[in-house]
Design a protein around this ligand. Structure first.
Ligand SMILES: [Zn+2]
Length: 331
């Protein structure tokens, strides 16, 4: 019944847009490909690959939760006017599936995850029967998405295919440096403390790729709300293992983890909450943290320093992000 309602809503919105189009509204055409993206990580990638030939319109800004995002009528119009649409896939944009299905009849809709083999995907306990959509925290998986996006752009704009391939290749070199750097940074955390405790379930791929245990209240309990027993179990775990830090994300309320922090203090163990992590959206556009690489490096710095590791020197390919690390560490 829910999906029927959604599909009616989508149909109504598309009808509305149809009326608007009849009233004479046209997209301006400067000869560039008109790409529409969902989350900020994808917006950044398409800008990197598309360069001067692609106009990128990102629907979701900083702090937006893609799982719950409902497109506005204006968003639907923007999507309808696109030459190509890029989304995360794996149900990341949980409330937009119907609209993408409809648009896909006329417009190329690309999912960043579409070429990743199922064997590489993790189950998503929050939505049983679905794969975990947070693939961007394994840089090697996200790199597959970059290739997918570059090929899709080349297909709809063959005249600039060489440029897209070259842009993607140079960006992928930076991602390869990033992937190696994260492995190196996380490995500096003393092994007993290499545990990342968060309130959100966005970091399973990160944990698998970079060899750090990921634990959360919601991972311990299948209930949506963490119970008193969950909090007590987590506090005992933190105190026993002497975990120095726990982590809060930009799109999740801090309250639950602050309660854990207080309970640990009551048992004589001082656990810190370092700089907020980015989970499902990067920082403000125009800042280092507003890029995919910057958001990941911010998280890595907060996690590594928070858990007692040290940040290795940045490789030349990532030298632009020195300030991002400084800010994360001093926050
Ligand atoms: Zn998420």
């Amino acid at each position: 019944m829910k999906s029927k309602l959604l599909s009616l809503t989508a149909a109504a919105l598309l009808l509305l847009v149809g009326c608007d189009s009849l009233s004479g509204q046209q997209t301006s055409n400067d000869g560039r490909i008109n790409a529409v993206t969902t989350v900020g990580m994808i917006t950044d990638i398409i800008q990197q690959i598309g360069g001067e030939y692609v106009n990128v319109n990102g629907l979701m800004g900083p702090g937006i939760d893609p799982h719950l995002y409902r497109p506005t009528a204006r968003n639907v119009q923007t999507l309808q006017n696109a030459d190509i649409i890029f989304r995360g896939g794996l149900n990341l944009e949980g409330k937009m599936g119907e609209i993408f299905d409809r648009l896909n009849e006329q417009i190329t809709v690309v999912a960043m995850a579409q070429d990743i083999p199922e064997s590489e995907l993790l189950d998503f306990p929050a939505y049983p029967g679905h794969f975990d959509p947070h693939i961007w925290f394994d840089v090697s998986l996200w790199a597959m998405g970059v290739n997918t996006a570059a090929e899709a752009l080349a297909e709809i704009d063959p005249a600039h295919a060489e440029t897209y391939a070259a842009n993607a290749a140079s960006y992928l070199q930076r991602l390869s440096a990033l992937d190696a750097y994260i492995t190196e940074a996380i490995a500096t955390i003393p092994e007993a403390q290499r545990v990342m405790i968060t309130a959100h379930d966005a970091f399973q791929y990160f944990g698998r790729r970079y060899n750090i245990q990921v634990a959360g209240l919601q991972g311990i309990s299948t209930e949506a709300e963490a119970g008193v027993q969950d909090v007590q179990n987590l506090v005992s775990f933190i105190v026993d293992r002497q975990i120095p830090a726990i982590f809060v994300e930009s799109s999740v309320p801090a309250r639950t983890l602050e309660a854990v922090q207080e309970a640990a203090r009551a048992q004589g163990w001082d656990v810190t909450i370092p700089a907020q992590l980015f989970s499902d959206a990067p920082g403000n556009a125009g800042t280092g943290e507003g890029t995919y690489i910057g958001m990941v490096l911010h998280n890595v710095a907060a996690i590594t320093i928070g858990l007692g590791g040290t940040m290795p020197d940045l490789p030349d390919a990532l030298a632009d992000y020195h300030d991002v690390i400084e800010r994360a560490v001093s926050a």
